[in-house]
Design a protein around this ligand. Structure first.
Ligand code: FES
Ligand SMILES: [Fe+2]
Length: 351
């Protein structure tokens, strides 16, 4: 069944980006929300994350103050260690009450937090074990602050936003720009692409880009690309030209059941592309905004939960996404390791 209500569940047992790493600073409380969980982050050399909820009466710690590793709650002044969530002090306790040792027994929930690809990620747990290492498929040469970073909030749920991300046939209808090659439907040709399953997703195998958009030509022709999709919602495109390589990383993180944060990172190996940064950022902003507008307009048509149709070929990746997500949820609920049910396939569509 295709979800259409704009109210989809999100996967736990998964790493999600919160922000560009530069935004997480020492002595500053950074407030966010991922997969329905309020989160507060700060930096002490590396970033640390807690669930943004005081262990006293749940007041958001992010409204409090921070001094090095000590967060003080604004409501009754309890102090919490930002690194591990331990309660450090409770001002209202008498000396006799303190001797009972209650302060040492109380904790805020801390979340595993890493920096990869220039973003800060948190792990939303499901069970005790961490299911996988964050962003292990990013090539080491691009594991740094991105050359272009764009963040946008889509007023759409994670499933529809993700399906929009891996939809190969919206491009000529939605991304209409003079700098992006547009094909009229009467000129559509068969596109045939080979896929193979990956650890938590599927990979469009490396192929030469034929209908090359102008920014790609700067890498040196022929330009080859490989696109990986991984649960929960990560698209990694590695673009290899004869002179240089580039990488486009798009990661979607659910905020709540109707809202999704999209993180778009571009990395490239060519120093002479640096002067083009403002232009590439502006083009990227426009491109991502076209995706935002289309999925937000889509919400108007699916709010009443109509029956939807996914076709073979063009929508097969959407079907794969829903299938492996369901399988991941089943494995998590049964406490067994995820095994990808997909097999290698060749898909065709008109584009
Ligand atoms: S709610 Fe935080 S100190 Fe009371
Ligand atoms: Fe798009």
């Amino acid at each position: 069944m295709v979800p259409s209500s704009g109210n989809s569940n999100y996967l736990k047992g998964a790493w999600y980006p919160v922000a560009r790493s530069k935004a997480i600073r020492k002595n500053v409380l950074f407030k966010s929300k991922v997969a329905g969980i309020p989160i507060v982050l700060t930096r002490l050399g590396k970033p640390f994350a807690l669930v943004d909820s005081c262990p006293h009466r749940g007041f958001p710690l992010s409204y409090g103050s921070i001094d090095e590793n000590e967060i003080q709650c604004k409501y009754h002044g309890w102090k919490i260690n930002a690194i591990n969530g331990d309660c450090i002090s409770i001002p209202c306790l008498t000396e006799a009450q303190k001797k009972l040792g209650i302060e040492g027994k109380i904790k805020s929930q801390s979340l595993a937090c890493v920096e990869r690809g220039g973003m800060t990620w948190v792990y939303i747990p499901c069970g005790k074990e961490r299911a996988y290492t964050c962003l292990e498929s990013l090539p080491a040469s691009f594991d740094r602050d991105p050359d272009v970073y764009i963040e946008k909030i889509f007023k759409a749920d994670i499933d529809q936003s993700t399906i929009g991300l891996i939809d190969p046939v919206h491009v000529p209808f939605v991304h209409t720009s003079s700098w992006w090659n547009k094909t009229n439907p009467q000129d559509f040709k068969i596109e045939q692409r080979d896929f193979e399953p990956g650890q938590r997703g599927f990979t469009l195998k490396q192929h030469v880009i034929t209908n090359l958009a102008k920014p790609y030509k700067l890498l040196g022709e022929p330009v080859k690309t490989e696109i990986r999709f991984e649960l929960p919602s990560l698209r990694l495109e590695i673009i290899q030209g004869t002179r240089h390589a580039a990488c486009s990383l798009t990661v979607l993180a659910p905020i709540d059941q109707q809202t999704t944060r999209v993180h778009q990172c571009l990395y490239w190996s060519s120093p002479w592309l640096l002067p083009l940064k403002p232009i590439l950022k502006a083009l990227g902003e426009k491109f991502l905004d076209q995706d935002r507008v289309i999925v937000e307009q889509q919400q108007e048509g699916i709010a009443h939960n109509p029956v939807l149709t996914l076709v073979e070929g063009a929508d097969t990746q959407a079907k794969w996404y829903l299938r492996i997500k369901r399988e991941m949820e089943r494995c998590q609920s049964e406490g067994i390791p995820f095994a990808n049910p997909l097999t290698p396939a060749s898909l065709e569509w008109m584009s």
